[in-house]
Design a protein around this ligand. Structure first.
Ligand code: 13P
Length: 391
């Protein structure tokens, strides 16, 4: 791989069309073609590939705790806590200092405030992560706003100043980034919204790679709606084909990205639920049709599924080898029982950290295809879907 990436990063190398081409090929293929299809990730290519591989390592996945201050406030409010910086820090400290977490967790996505925070003893959160071989990641999008001219849909802001922000985050220790945009099935989705989502993700991915951060590409297809699983499949295929079209147009290095898709499920209000086997079948069908094997990792979001559902579905997807590492990047499905166990009380920190390890281990087993839901609590089986939920 070192050789491959060295070639990818060398602007002078025409590795796809150059070298020993069949006789006549050079004359019939115009020289410009090579520049069009070459992926460039600047001087960071080798590092991006190794970062992505480390995040996509066997039996591990991502802990997503990148809620904006407003969304973190919702989590804290669920256990009766005020949304103060001290409470956000206490909560993130609990999560990031859990001993043994690195066995199951390979990356943690942070919000900007957390990236620059330390524990109450003065140890940087970034260093707590590094000590456990967990890559620090950073949410870089600036959230969703209405998309004029669409069917009540939204678009994701954050490209202005992104390059300099990424460079600063890299200096602070971040090695990967996340940009979450959404697609709504009940709203259409309109061609405009899909194109905007895909283009924004691709521009972000190119800028993140240029500054040494592995981009997590996340077009979340919301669970909202009463549609069947076939409709989700159709929309997901459309969305991912556009995303990859624009990623390629922007010369993004596929070996240095990670995806964060929604699982292909029926809409949350559909009359019938799907089994983990059906969800795995539809989701893997979509991925095989749309995602090149050069991509190292697929890190699913949980999207409002219960903790157990999200884990069972992931487990079902890992019953046979896949071309990519198929794993998790859950927020709600890793944090729910932790919050319940903590309740904001110092004497509950240990119990809350145990709850985190239980979920992290369950998902680690699911990544390896070895999970069973035996012994799971009723709390972990409770769905978390909220209609129109905003992050
Ligand atoms: P959920 O697992 O709660 O859907 O989180 C998704 C997400 O994008 C957080 O980074």
């Amino acid at each position: 791989m070192a050789m491959l990436t060295a070639k990818l990063s060398s602007p002078a190398t025409n590795w796809l069309t150059g070298g020993r081409s069949p006789a006549g090929a050079r004359r019939s293929a115009p020289a410009r073609r090579a520049t069009l299809i070459r992926a460039t990730a600047g001087s960071y290519a080798d590092e991006l590939v190794s970062t992505a591989k480390s995040v996509a390592s066997p039996g591990r996945g991502i802990l997503a705790i990148d809620e904006s201050n407003a969304t973190c406030g919702k989590r804290l409010a669920s256990i009766g806590l005020d949304n103060t910086e001290a409470n956000r820090q206490a909560y993130r400290q609990l999560l990031l200092t859990t001993a043994g977490l690195g066995e199951y967790i390979s990356g943690a996505i942070l919000f900007e405030e957390t990236l620059y925070q330390s524990t109450t003893d003065g140890k940087k959160f970034v260093d707590c992560l590094k000590d456990q071989n967990i890559m620090p990641g950073i949410k870089v999008d600036k959230g969703l706003v209405p998309l004029p001219g669409s069917n009540n849909e939204s678009w994701c802001q954050g490209l202005d100043g992104l390059a300099s922000r990424c460079a600063e985050y890299y200096k602070q220790g971040a090695r990967f980034a996340k940009w979450r945009t959404v697609v709504s099935i009940p709203c259409g989705p309109s061609a405009l919204a899909v194109k905007e989502a895909a283009w924004g993700l691709a521009r972000y991915a190119a800028i993140a790679q240029d500054n040494g951060l592995v981009p997590i590409v996340e077009p979340e297809i919301l669970l909202d709606g009463d549609h069947g699983i076939e409709t989700t499949l159709e929309v997901a295929e459309k969305v991912w084909s556009e995303v990859f079209f624009y990623l390629a147009q922007n010369n993004v290095l596929f070996e240095g990205i990670l995806l964060k898709p929604s699982m292909v499920t029926p809409g949350a209000e559909h009359k019938q639920r799907a089994t983990p086997e059906a969800i795995a079948k539809y989701t893997l069908t979509m991925l095989r049709r749309r995602v090149p094997p050069a991509v190292p990792g697929i890190m699913f979001l949980s999207g409002g599924q219960s903790e157990v559902e999200a884990t069972l579905n992931l487990n079902a997807m890992n019953q046979a080898p896949n071309p990519w590492h198929v794993s998790f990047s859950y927020a709600r499905a890793l944090q729910n029982s932790v919050l319940k166990a903590w309740q904001g009380r110092p004497e509950n920190v240990e119990g809350a950290q145990k709850a985190l390890l239980v979920r992290a281990k369950a998902n680690s087993l699911a990544q390896l295809g070895r999970y069973t839901s035996e012994g799971e609590s009723d709390e972990a089986k409770k769905g978390m879907f909220q209609k129109g939920y905003t992050y």
